[in-house]
Design a protein around this ligand. Structure first.
Ligand code: F6P
Length: 561
């Protein structure tokens, strides 16, 4: 495999050979293991990250740090926070940190305008949320809003949905019920239209581009439902029961959303980095502005840590560098995200978009091809459930994976005494499983103690490097910190790989092809025009179209393949 030239990267290659020759199990079990664990664990406030079960040594970390220096990580980090056009292909900055920059702290030079704009929109968002919480936001019939249907997809859905799930459960208190709709087929919308009261439902249309078909079609259906049920026109609905969130004010206005129901975020905030911006409005509507602010505060604390901490102790840097070591150097093609907390069930899909849409690229910023693998395949599930699904493959299958185990020390729930004890037992069981699986991933058979040896069949492959991330508790602050940590991890990796993490050109063509096929499915068959034939030029797809039409009772007899 070819590696980039450079002093530290050459040294890393030499070092790689030494690491590969050294038994991973021995590395984890020999007498130096206590010192190793001490050197490879890092804390930031009440987050604790353990890299000691990674297949590396302190020397690896030192070489990765040196390599990052050669790649200009610190200069590029300054450019990121300074609002320089780090998104080179779109000639835009990437200022998601501006959306969580506190008003009372001076923003870095280059970020001030975006931070001020986001703070102004945040004030507007808070005003709307408070109006709703006081029961003063009324639908067209004059009744107060009780339910919010947040319609968006990708970054306009995954972040707010994850936060809603985690914190709604943690806090046990909601101002209104929030429902998330993303699938373009209307399957999530249908049960809501059957169960919600149309007079008290607010639609949040969340779309940075305001042109994503998935979202536009869902909104069209939702508005048709409200129009039909309430007997009013779209303009009236837009004034009372629709809130728009986008970077495109002109499109929101053209749609009929009045200015006071528009929330805007800057073009410089990418969709998958946008939960902190007005896209997070549903979090504030459902759980309160204070909770949303705590989320932003946790993320901002990590921004400061990332900006100010030397790389050798910088947790986002280490997460990113260790990930690059696993993927590019140790050739591990997939990475598991395993939260040992059911509230984090949507963290794997959130990180799938964040990591794979950002770094799933093989062309460098300078246009040259990358000569090694980049972003791994990110997958995962709630750890305890995954144990009963795909851990068999991890432990005894033929694939090597890396993994992040994420666990929470304290749940802070308030239960009746008998339930409290039973819940505490469940939490201990969960933590025990997390630590046990982390050991077993790394050590395989060597994790089996003498006491268990006689009663346990062997054959656990081990050698699956993993990181354990411990959070003291899972409140809004810690969740914000965790997500920001991963955002900066993605940035670090993009710098080490020389790619632009802030565009997503690979998702565009599919949308265009689908538009053409949509036209062909919606038009009467004989009317399908030549441009469709040009695009749908593979026989298999044409046969599938024909089969679909037959099952829908459309006449396809004259159609040749
Ligand atoms: O899938 C492509 C993508 O553009 C994502 O980057 C984005 O988060 C999602 O679609 C939704 O886009 P929008 O917010 O513009 O509707």
């Amino acid at each position: 495999m070819s590696r980039d030239a450079g002093t530290a990267s050459e040294a890393l290659n030499t070092h790689l050979t030494a690491v590969k020759e050294q038994s991973f199990i021995k590395l984890l079990c020999d007498e130096g293991r206590f010192e190793r664990a001490r050197q490879l664990q890092f804390s930031f406030q009440s987050l604790h990250v353990d890299f000691s079960k990674q297949r590396l040594t302190s020397e690896t970390v030192a070489l990765l740090t040196q390599w990052a220096g050669e790649c200009g990580l610190e200069e590029k980090r300054a450019a990121l926070f300074g609002g320089e056009p780090v998104n080179a292909s779109e000639n835009k900055p990437a200022l998601h940190m501006a959306a969580r920059w506190p008003a009372e702290v001076a923003a870095p030079t280059g970020m001030e305008t975006a931070a001020a704009f986001c703070q102004q929109q945040h004030t507007k968002l808070a005003g709307l949320a408070k109006k709703l919480h006081k029961g003063e936001w009324r639908g067209v019939t004059g009744e107060a809003i009780t339910d919010v249907v947040h319609i968006g997809v990708g970054g306009s859905d995954l972040g707010p949905k994850l936060v809603s799930e985690v914190l709604g459960d943690t806090l046990g208190k909601r101002f209104v019920r929030a429902h998330y709709v993303s699938t373009m087929d209307g399957s999530q919308l249908l049960p809501l239209m059957q169960s919600l009261n149309p007079a008290t439902t607010l639609i949040v249309l969340a779309s940075k581009s305001f042109s994503t078909a998935d979202t536009q079609f869902n909104v069209r259906t939702a508005l048709a439902w409200l129009r039909d049920a309430l007997g009013v026109d779209t303009d009236t609905l837009c004034r009372h029961q629709l809130l728009g969130v986008s970077a495109k004010t002109e499109k929101m206005s053209a749609f009929g959303i009045p200015e006071d129901h528009q929330l805007v975020f800057p073009e410089s905030i990418g969709g998958r980095f946008s939960v902190w911006s007005a896209i997070g409005v549903t979090i504030a509507l459902e759980l309160g502005v204070e909770v949303f602010d705590q989320l932003l505060a946790g993320a901002h604390a990590v921004d400061k840590h990332f900006m100010q901490t030397p790389l050798a102790q910088n947790i986002p840097f280490l997460l990113g560098a260790v990930g690059v070591w696993n993927t590019q150097f140790l050739d591990i093609p997939s990475h598991l995200v395993l939260p040992y907390d059911g509230r984090l069930k949507s963290l794997p899909p959130y990180l799938q978009q964040l990591e794979m849409e950002s770094n799933g690229k093989s062309t460098k910023v300078d246009g040259q091809p990358v000569t090694h693998v980049t972003c791994p395949i990110v997958w995962g599930d709630v750890g305890p459930n995954a144990q009963h699904a795909f851990y068999q493959l991890v432990h005894q299958g033929s694939h090597t994976v890396s993994a992040d185990f994420i666990a929470v020390a304290r749940r802070n729930r308030h239960h009746a005494p008998q339930v409290a004890q039973a819940m505490a037992d469940q939490e201990n069981l969960t933590l025990a499983n997390c630590l046990a699986q982390s050991q077993l991933f790394a050590l395989g058979d060597a994790a089996i103690t003498d006491r268990l040896r006689d009663s346990t069949s062997l054959g656990y492959r081990g050698n699956q490097p993993n990181t354990v991330i411990l959070l003291e508790t899972l409140d809004a602050w810690h969740l914000g910190a965790l997500l920001a940590m991963y955002e900066h991890k993605v940035f670090v990796q993009s710098v080490l790989w020389g790619i632009n993490p802030f565009d997503q050109p690979g998702v565009e063509l599919g949308k265009k092809l689908a538009t053409s096929l949509y036209d062909s499915l919606s038009d009467p068959w004989p009317g399908a025009d030549e441009s469709e034939h040009e695009i749908v030029n593979d026989a298999g797809t044409r046969q599938l179209l024909k089969q679909l039409r037959q099952w829908r009772g459309e006449d396809t007899q004259d159609q040749e393949l």
